[in-house]
Structure formats: structure tokens, C-alpha cells
Design a protein around this ligand. Sequence first.
Ligand code: HPA
Length: 275
Amino acid sequence: MAPTVTSTMQVIRRYAADFHPKVAILLGSGMGSIADQLANPITIPYSALGLPASGVAGHASLMMLGNLHGVPVVCLKGRLHVYEGVGYEPIRLWIRTLKQLGCAQLILTGAVGSLRTEVGPGELVAITDHINFHPGNPLMGPNDETVGPRFVSLENAYDDGLRDILVATAARLNIPLYQGVYIATLGPSFETPAEIRAFRSWGADVVGMSVVPEVIIARHCGLQVACITGVTNLAVGLSKEKVTHEGTLQFGEIAARKLVKLIPEFIKDTVNVLG
Ligand code: HPA
């Protein structure tokens, strides 16, 4: 039988009977090391939750529960991408389970290509808004009114209040942080130079193959969202360098080193401000 939020919660409760995370963190390519900072970690493989494993290099497939500088959190180490052919169902299950666990905020990370030549590999970009260039929407199909409304607003989807806290945290730590609009392509092929020129004219600043389905599902069930991306490359056609997955992992590590410092402090500040 296909797993449901209820069956997934039962599995989690077998591993962690009485752990109540406040914040969820989804770690993208090369950013899994953030989960290594958890105190008293409890690790649950996605396979035990009935979720497919991520088949992408740089992505483990683990849910980890633990305390990050005293704040109870859940980390999703390894992401499910729509281009892997898993469909939207596991992604819905994944995000809605975080809400059911009691999380109020979801912090997303991810690797992106930059459409702005002044924002190069290794830089961090906080996402302000998105353009959904996927051929679908994760809320297609019958709506469960107990989860959220049929027609969900995506105004302020990337919460302004959370981003204000993030900007202040980054400034305090002297970590440069840009802001910009994310355009989601399905992948797994990278974009063409013509697509990148078009996306620039639409107002996109960075391009990636994830984040957007997760944000739509999270907003539908009422999670507040912050998204911090690491630039792994200039988008195709903007530099002489070829865009490769190996290259994205290398610069993902530079961005990850900054995120490893930024995210725990951001979570501490968020809990201090929002409770
Ligand atoms: N395009 C799409 N996704 C990406 C890129 C890119 O250039 N870099 C990292 N993720």
C-alpha cells in the first residue's frame, strides 16, 4: 500500500517517540553536512518511510531529527526531484509529514545557476519569489480540504519576515547574501542559451531544478518558507565554462561551507524572534 502521512508518522514515532521539531531543513546537493551538526541525531532512511531514495550524486536519502544549537529540527538530507520520475506524490508526502510533525517553518536550500554575471559561483542567494516553468503543479488532482485550500495564494510565498531575519543573520556573520527570483526548470537537461536569455527577460535571477514544487506544497499546508540557494555556476551561455553536474558539486561545497555557518544561526534567530 502506498505510504500516507499517517503511516509515515507511525514510522517516525517508532524511531523518535517524543521528538517535536520546530523547524524543517531540506538540504540540496552537497549541503548534507549541515545535518552533521545535529546533537543526539536520530536517522531514518527514506526507504523506511516508504519514500524513494534520491538517485542523484551528492544526495543521501535520510531524514535526521536532532537539536541544532538547542532548537529541535528535522533535516531532510537528500531531495526528490521531479525529473527523477517519482511524480509529485512522494514530494507531497514528504512536506506534509513535516507539517504533521509540528514544524512551523521550512528552510529550503538548493543549487542554482546564476543569470547575473555579478553573482558568481560560490555566492548565496535568498529567494524572493519564483517562476514555475515546470510543466505541472504539485497540487494537481483532487484537493484535500483538511490539508489546505483548493486555490492557494503564492503571494509572500518566500516569507518576507523570515527573509528579514535571514538578511540580519548573514550581515552579523559577514556572509554576503544576494536576493533574487528563482525559475524552476524540470531538468534533467540543463537549459539552452536561448532559454537563459528568455528567462533573464522574464525577471529570473537564478535557475534550478527543484524548490518550486516543495514551496507550493508547503504554502498549501501552511508552512512558512525561507529558501537559500548556492550558486554553483553561471547559467549556460553566460560564461566560457561548461555547465556540468561535477562542477555544480564543487562550487556547491563552497556555498555549503557558508550555509553550514549561516543556517544554524538563522534558525536560532528565527526561534528567538518568532518563538
Ligand atoms: N541550471 C539548472 N539547475 C542548476 C544549474 C543550472 O545552471 N546549476 C545548478 N542547478
